[in-house]
Write a protein that binds this ligand. Structure first.
Ligand code: AMP
Length: 121
């Protein structure tokens, strides 16, 4: 999959559309999901143009990778979900039901999240 610079998260990064910012550093941005599926539902994205987790794993610098991992941890702590438990998820491609082609890690929490994965369809 090639990177589409007009995807919605690229527009957020360029400041063309607003977001509910939760956290930002040199390499990452985190903001509230527009259609939250849990009391806490935050998206953590790299600022670089990476389509998916596997694209990021192959091409990102070590600084970008460290920043994203640390940001996910910081966001979970900032959202207050670490004591009761939470979930991170990154959907990739067609089978992974990825809708936005810019890598994003979902951070869910604030309620019991149920079984790990649905039956598909
Ligand atoms: P995925 O299926 O993993 O690609 O998830 C994409 C997520 O992006 C969904 O949970 C959407 O609700 C969320 N989303 C789409 N547009 C926006 C936006 N403008 N601001 C915040 N979240 C968004």
């Amino acid at each position: 999959m090639t990177y589409d610079p007009n995807n919605v998260f690229a527009k957020i990064l360029r400041g063309e559309i607003p977001c509910g910012k939760v956290y930002e550093d040199e390499h990452t941005l985190a903001f509230n999901d527009i259609h939250p599926q849990a009391p806490v539902h935050i998206l953590v994205i790299p600022k670089g143009a990476y389509v998916s987790f596997d694209d990021f794993a192959a091409k990102a610098s070590e600084a970008e990778i460290v920043a994203l991992v640390r940001a996910v941890g910081k966001v979970a702590a900032m959202a207050g979900v670490t004591a009761d438990g939470w979930r991170l998820l990154s959907n990739v491609g067609l089978n992974g039901h990825q809708e936005v082609p810019h890598l994003h890690v979902h951070v869910f929490g604030g309620r019991k999240l149920g079984a790990m994965i649905g039956k598909g369809g």
